[in-house]
Design a protein around this ligand. Structure first.
Ligand code: ZN
Length: 414
């Protein structure tokens, strides 16, 4: 029996039927719907010559033992954001399952290296605001202390929600054991952006995930009566923030793949009859090149000071979060390029703006690469998220090709 890419599409539709409502996918981690998705997934494993277990961080592992203990890891995530799409994360898992089935059949249950499929727990961080949870426990980059007390919108702590699913945060470090013998990690994902569609490319090779600088920026001015205060005597915190909101676009615009977003702006007192005395903004800057990212951060800081001065305000910055750019493994990028070309006749290399579990795996020192399949309209985290079925099928075949090439690469490397 060989690869049946159509089966992945059929299974994706089955999963959608089981876990979506009229607003989209509802497979939020640590909820009943998510657990239903995982139970359904387990039924797909019946009859395969595999071992199946959940690790200490709730990651879901399917292992097809090979002649060598060295392992090729194929990953994805069954969890979704609330009102999410049918493909984000689940395409990766179900395409990986199809590849695993092909290896099991072709090698009569014993491929040359061990093949491991992982469905990471809580990639999205939708409920507690902590993304890549399971994969960072695997990578050993997770700090439990900061996260266990996080609460969801109903006040339930992360620790309690996880315990309800049988996961004890104290045991998280045990998930690092899964790294043993991992020789390479590959992940297929929908692009979630418009680049491949615009270029007419079904598939793309991901160079790495962009680094992120995320900051809270507060401009301080002076609250004053909107009728009584002459224009020239105002200390308008919003005016300074507004200038910065436009300038960050120029700062990012100097670099081809850089992005910069002011996603939130709050004004105080926030009433119609007062000059804004305080304005709180957020800034999110991303690029694959650490030097570019550092430059963008510096330029935004300088601009904010300049605009604060022009408006007789002051400005303060505090870092919310940051992560360095994570380039993928050059030899695997090469193999991915070959696979994409063999299936689609052409190829395009691009960085990923969103972070993915692959970034955590790569940080753990495991050679990693990702492949993107085109997203229609570039939309995801939305029920209208979609990809042409022929492209989905092509992506399964390309992932399978990449898996074979990577197995050969692992064998050569020993
Ligand atoms: Zn995803």
């Amino acid at each position: 029996m060989s690869l049946i890419p159509q089966r992945t599409v059929t299974e994706l539709k089955e999963l959608r039927e089981l876990t979506a409502d009229e607003n989209g996918a509802q497979r939020v981690s640590w909820t009943d719907v998510w657990q239903r998705a995982r139970k359904w997934f387990a039924t797909k494993l019946v009859g395969l010559p595999i071992e199946h277990h959940y690790d200490a961080a709730g990651n879901n592992w399917v292992t097809l033992r090979g002649a060598s203990e060295k392992s090729l890891l194929i990953g994805g995530h069954l969890d979704s954001v609330p009102n999410g799409g049918w493909l984000d994360g689940s395409l990766n898992v179900l395409a990986g399952l199809e590849v695993l089935r092909r290896f099991a059949a072709e090698f009569k249950g014993k491929p040359p290296v061990t093949i491991r499929l992982v469905d990471w727990a809580d990639e999205e961080g939708a409920r507690f605001g902590r993304s890549l949870l399971g994969s960072s426990a695997f990578a050993g980059t997770h700090s439990i202390a900061a996260d266990r007390v996080r609460t969801d919108k109903d006040g339930i702590t992360m620790e309690d929600a996880l315990r309800r699913c049988g996961v004890h945060m104290d045991h998280f470090p045990n998930a690092e054991k899964e790294r043993a013998n991992a020789a390479a990690y590959i992940e297929l994902h929908i692009e979630q952006g418009p680049v491949l569609e615009k270029l007419g490319m079904p598939l793309g090779v991901v160079l790495g995930t962009k680094g992120v600088e995320r900051h809270a920026i507060t401009f301080h001015g002076q609250e004053a009566h909107s009728g009584a205060t002459p224009m020239k005597q105002r200390k308008d915190a919003l005016a300074a923030a507004a200038k910065l909101a436009l300038e960050i676009r120029n700062i990012a615009g100097k670099h081809p793949d850089a992005v910069s977003t002011m996603g939130s702006l709050k004004t105080f007192p926030g009433i119609v009859t007062a000059v804004v005395g305080r304005c709180e903004a957020t800034l999110d800057q991303r690029d694959l090149d650490a030097k570019v990212l550092a430059q963008m951060y510096r330029e935004a800081q300088e601009a904010s000071k300049r605009f604060a001065g022009e408006e007789s305000c002051t400005v303060e910055w505090s870092r919310i979060w940051s992560i360095e750019p994570i380039p993928f493994y050059p030899q695997l990028v090469e193999l991915c390029e070959q696979s994409v070309r063999e299936l689609s006749g052409k190829s395009h290399r691009l960085p990923s703006g969103p972070l993915h579990d692959a970034a955590e795996v790569s940080r753990a020192g495991i050679p990693t690469v990702m492949m993107f399949v085109q997203s229609l309209r570039g939309i995801s985290h939305n029920k209208i998220e979609d990809t042409r079925e022929e492209h989905l099928e092509m992506s399964v075949a390309a992932l399978d090709r990449l898996a074979s090439k990577t197995v050969d690469w692992i064998l050569e490397a020993k």
